[in-house]
Design a protein around this ligand. Structure first.
Ligand code: RNT
Ligand code: ZN
Length: 421
C-alpha cells in the first residue's frame, strides 16, 4: 500500500473522532523545538580542556564524539537531516569559538565569539537559544558560583551572566527570533549546611544583577531553572524548585520559570506542573529529558510522561508561544547523532500524538462527569493508526520515516565518526 492510500485510511479513522490530521501536521511543522548542542560532545564545549564538573555528569565513552566546532556543526547537520520539524539550536557559553589563538574568559565573552553559531543558524533559517555556563570552570569556588560567599567569585559569575545577556540579545537581533537564555547553576552542598538562606539571598541578588543588564523581554527571554539535587551536592541546592519559581513569579516582567523534568522527585510529574504554572505565567520554558531513577539525562523516549507533557503543552496553548521547548539530555554511551535524532523525533512524535487527541471532546466528558466514558475513550485513542500520520508528517517535513534513517547513522559512523582520533 502506498503512503497516500494508508494516509487516507488514517485520516478517516481520526476524522471519526473529530480530528483533522492535515491540520495537526500543519500546526506542528512550524513550532520550534530547541536542539541542545551539548549532546554532540558530552557537555564539554570549546573553552576549556578539562572534564565536565559541577553537579552534572555524562556516562559512557562511545567513540567519535565531536572535538572541534567543525565536527560539531557537521554532526548537527547530519542529525538535523533526520529530524522532522522546525529546529532552534541551544548553545552553551562554553561553546564559544575562538579564532587565531584568541581566548576570552567566561566573564569577557562577546558576541563575536558566537558568530559562527549565528552563521550556522542563519544557514538553516533557525533561531538560537543560549545558556551561561556556570560549571566546568576553575572559578567555581567550593562548588559555588552565583551563591558563593566569596564576593570576587560571585562577581565573576555575575559578569558572566551579564555577558550572556548581551550575547542572547545578539542572537535575537541577528536571527530575528527571540532567544531563550537559561540560568542554571549546580550550586549546593554535599552535606547538611548550617545556612540555607544566605546562599539563596546571594543567588537572588546575583540574578537581580544579571537581569539589570538591559534587554528587551520580547527578544531575550531569561529563565531560571530549578533542581532537586546534583551529583556531589545531594543535601542542598540553592536554586531549588520553590526558589526559582518564586524568583520568576516575583520578576514576571523580565524572567520566566524553566522546568527540567529530570529535576523533581521521581513521583512528581512535570506534565501536571505545566498547567499549574500556566495558570500564573504567560510563558514558561521546558527542558525535556528522561530521568531514570534520578536526573540521569537519558535519551527521550515516546513514553507515557513524554506524551503527557506533550498533551499538556498542546492543551494549554503551549504551541502558540507560551511554552518554550528544549531538549536536555546527554548520553555518551551510544552513537550521539542517533541519540540526538531519537530524542528529537520522540518529542515531535509526542506533540503530533497530542495534536491528534480530541481534547475538546475529552474535556467535555470530564466537565459532565462522564468519567467512565472518559477512561474508555482515552484508552481507545492509543490504538488509532498514529504511525501512518507520523509517517505522513515526516514526508511533509522532508525527513525520513521510521525505519529509513538508521542506515544513514551507520554510514556516517563508518565514514566519518570512526575516522576521528
Ligand atoms: C543540569 C541542567 C542544565 C544542564 C545544561 C547543560 O542538571 O539540566 O540544564 O543540563 O545546562
Ligand atoms: Zn536542564
Amino acid at each position: 500500500m502506498t503512503l497516500t492510500e494508508k494516509y487516507t485510511y488514517a485520516k478517516d479513522a481520526y476524522a471519526s473522532i473529530g480530528i483533522d490530521t492535515d491540520a495537526a501536521i500543519e500546526k506542528l511543522k512550524d513550532v520550534p523545538l530547541s536542539l541542545h548542542c551539548w549532546q554532540g560532545d558530552d557537555v564539554i564545549g570549546f573553552d576549556h580542556d578539562g572534564p565536565l564538573t559541577g553537579g552534572i555528569q555524562t556516562t559512557g565513552n562511545y567513540p567519535g564524539k565531536a572535538k572541534t566546532p567543525e565536527e560539531l556543526f557537521a554532526d548537527m547537520d547530519e542529525a538535523m537531516l533526520l529530524m522532522p520539524g522546525q529546529k532552534k539550536i541551544n548553545v552553551h557559553a562554553s561553546y564559544a569559538i575562538f579564532e587565531d589563538g584568541e581566548f576570552a574568559d567566561r566573564d569577557a565573552l562577546e558576541p563575536k565569539h558566537f558568530k559562527k553559531w549565528v552563521d550556522f543558524a542563519k544557514e538553516h533559517h533557525m533561531g538560537l537559544d543560549f545558556n551561561p555556563t556556570f560549571f566546568s570552570h576553575p572559578n567555581m569556588k567550593d562548588g559555588l558560583t552565583l551563591s558563593s560567599p566569596d564576593e570576587e567569585t560571585r562577581r565573576f559569575w555575575i559578569r558572566h551572566g551579564k555577558a550572556c545577556i548581551r550575547i542572547a540579545n545578539y542572537f535575537a537581533e541577528e536571527t530575528g527570533i527571540p532567544c531563550v537564555m537559561n540560568i542554571w547553576t549546580g550550586d549546593g552542598y554535599k552535606d547538611i549546611p548550617a545556612d540555607r538562606m544566605g546562599p539563596r539571598m546571594r543567588y537572588r541578588d546575583s540574578i537581580d544583577q544579571i537581569l539589570s543588564e538591559p534587554y528587551d523581554f520580547h527578544k531575550v527571554k531569561p529563565c531560571v531553572e530549578s533542581k532537586v539535587f546534583g551529583i556531589g551536592v545531594e543535601s542542598f541546592t540553592a536554586g531549588s524548585g520553590e526558589f526559582t519559581l518564586l524568583y520568576a513569579a516575583a520578576n514576571k516582567d523580565k524572567c520566566i520559570p524553566l522546568m527540567d523534568n529530570g529535576h523533581y522527585h521521581p513521583t512528581e510529574m512535570v506534565s501536571d506542573k505545566i498547567p499549574a504554572l500556566l495558570t500564573f505565567f504567560d510563558e514558561i520554558a521546558l527542558h525535556i529529558t528522561r530521568p531514570v531513577r534520578w536526573d540521569s539525562d537519558h535519551v527521550v523516549l515516546f513514553d507515557d510522561e513524554t506524551r503527557e507533557i506533550a498533551k499538556e503543552i498542546v492543551r494549554c496553548g503551549g504551541l502558540d508561544g507560551h511554552v518554550h521547548m528544549a531538549l536536555d539530555y546527554f548520553d555518551a554511551s551510544i552513537n550521539r547523532i542517533s541519540a540526538w535524532t531519537t530524542g528529537f523525533r520522540n518529542v515531535q512524535k509526542a506533540l503530533l500524538y497530542a495534536l491528534l487527541t480530541p481534547n475538546e471532546a475529552l474535556k467535555k466528558l470530564q466537565d459532565e462527569n462522564r468519567l467512565t466514558e472518559l477512561m474508555v475513550r482515552q484508552e481507545e485513542i492509543k490504538t488509532l493508526p498514529f504511525g501512518i500520520v507520523w509517517e505522513k508528517y515526516c514526508e511533509v517535513c522532508g525527513a525520513p520515516a521510521d525505519g529509513e534513517w538508521f542506515a544513514e547513522i551507520e554510514r556516517y559512523e563508518k565514514e566519518v565518526l570512526s575516522k576521528r582520533a
